[in-house]
Write a protein that binds this ligand. Sequence first.
Ligand SMILES: Nc1ncnc2c1ncn2[C@@H]1O[C@H](COP(=O)(O)OP(=O)(O)O)[C@@H](O)[C@H]1O
Ligand SMILES: [Mg+2]
Length: 236
Amino acid sequence: MKQGLFITGTDTGVGKTLVAAALASFLKKEGVDVGVMRPVESGCRRQEGRLVPQDALFLREAAGCADNLDLINPYRLEAPLAPSLAAEREGVEIDLGKLIECFQAIKEKHDFILVEGAGGLLVPLREGYFISDLAQVFQLPLLIVAASRLGVINHTLLTVRYAQSLTIKVAGVILNNPEEEDSASGSNSSLLQQLLDVPLLGVIPFTTQFREFKKEGLTDLIKEWINLAALAGTPE
Ligand SMILES: Nc1ncnc2c1ncn2[C@@H]1O[C@H](COP(=O)(O)OP(=O)(O)O)[C@@H](O)[C@H]1O
Ligand SMILES: [Mg+2]
């Protein structure tokens, strides 16, 4: 994992931002100069006429970097819809060249880059272009965050296998509990462990502390629940 990671998920609301922010905060504490990117963020709130990209802001805070928000998050959209739909509705043209330029600029400035996608791999960014295409162009290993709910085995295997079919490297899967844990949580992780041919890097429990974005405790989350040795062993 020399260059960075592209963080995707089995769905929206699974904990991608929490995991990305925790990794950013952990690496920063370890002395790594981390850059972050949230290429397109939809569902932004409007405050005093401006759209506020909550994920991008939280990632920047966690990484402790001072990059311009327009570099970290070149496209922010108001409608809580797939980016292609929100962009169409809001008359925004998502320019792939611009996304790549911003990515390169962040990569050059920092030792390590963490990119949070939007939703899952087949979320459309614009006509004929999906998050998976961005992961391919950025050439970063994928870190898949899966929410431990009914359906997680199917969603995780579909995501891993689709990535592999595109020859995108998969660094591993993190099983997260963004809602109060149900009794199936333990069995989900053991079944995933059996069925995955990529590392299950950790299981994050539901914690009231992480119901909302806050910086405190992020570093400990990684130390306590993530197998860093397995993650660090990921080839570039
Ligand atoms: N392990 C957890 N315990 C408690 N709350 C969590 C946990 N993981 C995520 N959450 C909360 O769930 C919501 C969705 O998480 P988020 O990281 O924003 O997901 P995504 O980026 O995949 O949309 C956020 O409010 C977050 O604070
Ligand atoms: Mg997010």
